[in-house]
Design a protein around this ligand. Structure first.
Ligand SMILES: NC(=O)c1ccc[n+]([C@@H]2O[C@H](COP(=O)([O-])OP(=O)(O)OC[C@H]3O[C@@H](n4cnc5c(N)ncnc54)[C@H](O)[C@@H]3O)[C@@H](O)[C@H]2O)c1
Length: 429
C-alpha cells in the first residue's frame, strides 16, 4: 500500500493524543472524528484546521461508521471497545483500540474471532509498554541481559480523586464510576508481558479495603485498589497493583528479576508525568562469579525508532506516539509494526487477567486458570460468559457488584456536586 492510510478517530478526549499524532504522521490521513460531546469535537476540528486539514466531524457513530476510511482508532469509553471493534473489523476496517480490550470473557472470544475472520489489523494501544523505561527493559530482556524472568512487579498508581470531576463529568453511569477494582489492569500487567514475551496461565485476584476518608465522588466500588498475582507460562510469578492508592507523584514502576540479573525503574523520582522527567533504570547483571556482577543506573532515553517524530510526544513517559505509529506500520506490513504492535491475542491476555482476577476475588481469592484463547478448543467454555458490572451487557444472572461486598450507592446530589465542580473548571478537594 503506497497511499496514506485513511484513519478516523472515535472519541475525542483521550483521542486527541491520537489525533495529534495522525495530523503529523507522513503515512496517515486523518479523515473523520466522532464524538457526541460537541466541545471536544470542536477542539479536534481546530487542531485539524491548524494543520491545514478539513476533516469530517460526526456526533453520531452510525454516520461516522459510513465514512470512507481504512482504519479507526477507538478512544471511546473503556468498557465499550470490543463491540465497536468487532463491528469495524467485520466491515473491513483496521482497528486500534484504547485500553481496555473487552468487558467480558465472551467479548474476548468474539474479538479474537472477528480479527481472525476479517484478516484486518487489530492493535492494542497499551502505551505503557512503550515508555522510555519499559521499552528499554524490553530491549535489554530481548538481548538476554538478565536471563529468564522469575519474578516481576508492575505498578500503576494514579490517585485520580482530585481530577475525578473532569474525567467523569458527574455522570452517574460513567465507566470510571462503574468499574470494579481489577478491571483497569493493563497499564500494570501489559509491560510485564511485553518485556518478557510470556503469557499468563493463572491469576489470583485481591481487592483492598475501601479508603473511607475520601469524600464521596460517586465511585461505586469505593476508593480501593486491585491486585493481580499472575503465574506465567514459564512458572514465573508477577504482581500487578493499580487503583486508588495515595501517592504523589503517581507510580508507573516495573521490576523484572531474571535468572542472570534484574531491572527496575526508579521509585522515588521527583515528578513522574511532569514534562520531560523520566525515571532512571537500574540494571544488575551477574558475571561469571555468583553474586558478583555489574550494576548500571541511567535514564534510558527514547528508543531510536522513528525518533524524530516520537520525540515530539513527551506525555505518558514518552510513550504516546508509538501505539498509533506501530498500528500504521503494521497496516503497511512493515517490520516495526509486525514486531511492536500489540496484537489481539496479547491484548486479550492482558485484559482478561483483570476480568478473571475479579472472579477470583469474589470467590475467596481462588486461583483462576487463564485460558489461551489462541486455541480454538478453549473458546467455547467462555463464549457465553458475560459476567460484568454493566447491566446492559451482563447476561441473565451475570450482573456483578462493583465491589465484592456490594456496590456503593450515592444520592444524585453527589453526582450533581461532581458535575458542578467539573463545570467550574476546578478540581475536587
Ligand atoms: N492509555 C492511556 O494512557 C489513557 C489515558 C486516558 C484515557 N485512556 C483511555 O481512553 C478512553 C477514553 O477515555 P477518556 O479519558 O477520553 O474519557 P471518556 O471515556 O470519558 O471519553 C470518551 C469520549 O468518547 C465519547 N463517546 C463515548 N461513546 C460515544 C458514542 N457512543 N458516540 C459518540 N461519542 C462517544 C465521549 O463523549 C467522550 O468524549 C478509555 O478507553 C480510557 O481507558 C487511556
Amino acid at each position: 500500500m503506497n497511499q496514506k492510510v485513511k484513519i478516523g478517530v472515535f472519541g475525542a478526549y483521550r483521542g486527541m493524543t491520537m489525533i495529534n499524532v495522525l495530523l503529523r504522521h507522513p503515512d496517515a490521513e486523518l479523515v473523520a472524528i466522532c464524538d457526541k460531546y460537541v466541545p471536544a469535537l470542536q477542539k479536534a476540528e481546530n487542531a485539524a484546521k491548524e494543520a491545514g486539514l478539513n476533516i469530517a466531524l460526526y456526533e453520531n457513530f452510525e454516520d461516522f461508521f459510513r465514512h470512507d476510511m481504512d482504519a479507526v482508532v477507538l478512544a471511546n469509553y473503556a468498557n465499550e471497545h470490543a463491540p465497536f471493534a468487532v463491528r469495524l473489523l467485520k466491515s473491513g476496517r483496521h482497528v486500534l483500540s484504547e485500553v481496555l480490550p473487552c468487558e467480558t470473557m465472551a467479548q474476548a472470544v468474539e474479538l479474537i474471532e472477528a480479527a481472525e475472520s476479517s484478516g484486518k489489523v487489530y492493535a492494542y494501544a497499551e502505551n505503557y509498554c512503550y515508555m522510555w523505561h519499559t521499552f528499554e527493559m524490553r530491549a535489554r530482556y530481548e538481548r538476554g541481559d538478565i536471563g529468564q524472568v522469575m519474578y516481576a512487579e508492575g505498578e500503576y498508581v494514579h490517585d485520580c480523586s482530585a481530577i475525578w470531576p473532569s474525567i467523569t463529568y458527574g455522570e452517574k453511569d460513567h465507566w470510571r464510576n462503574n468499574l470494579y477494582p481489577t478491571f483497569y489492569c493493563t497499564h500494570s500487567i501489559g509491560p510485564m508481558l511485553t518485556i518478557t514475551g510470556r503469557r499468563p496461565v493463572q491469576v489470583t485476584g485481591f481487592v483492598t479495603q475501601r479508603n473511607e476518608t475520601v469524600r464521596p465522588l460517586g465511585i461505586k466500588s469505593g476508593e480501593c485498589a486491585g491486585i493481580e498475582i499472575l503465574t506465567l507460562d514459564n512458572g514465573a510469578i508477577c504482581k500487578s497493583v493499580h487503583g486508588h492508592l495515595k501517592r504523589e507523584p503517581g507510580s508507573v514502576n516495573y521490576e523484572i528479576y531474571g535468572t542472570k540479573g534484574s531491572m527496575e525503574s526508579e521509585r522515588f523520582m521527583p515528578g513522574y508525568a511532569k514534562e520531560g522527567q523520566q525515571p532512571e533504570l537500574q540494571v544488575y547483571r551477574e558475571g561469571e562469579k555468583l553474586c558478583i556482577g555489574k550494576t548500571e543506573r541511567y535514564v534510558p532515553g527514547l528508543q531510536l525508532i522513528a525518533a524524530e517524530m516520537a520525540q515530539k510526544f513527551t506525555t505518558h513517559g514518552g510513550s504516546d506516539f508509538y501505539p498509533t505509529h506501530f498500528f500504521i506500520e503494521r497496516i503497511l506490513g512493515r517490520p516495526d509494526g509486525e514486531k511492536y504492535s500489540i496484537d489481539v491475542y496479547s491484548a486479550v491476555d492482558m485484559g482478561i487477567c483483570g476480568i478473571l482476577a475479579y472472579r477470583s476475588a469474589l470467590n475467596g481469592n481462588q486461583p483462576m486458570r487463564v485460558p489461551n484463547l489462541r486455541n480454538r478448543e478453549e473458546r467455547d467454555a467462555w463464549r457465553n460468559d458475560n459476567f460484568c458490572t454493566n447491566p446492559a451487557v451482563a447476561g441473565k444472572g451475570q450482573l456483578l457488584p462493583c465491589y465484592p461486598g456490594g456496590s456503593l450507592e450515592y444520592p444524585d446530589s453527589v453526582y450533581e456536586e461532581v458535575r458542578n465542580i467539573w463545570l467550574s473548571g476546578k478540581n475536587a478537594e
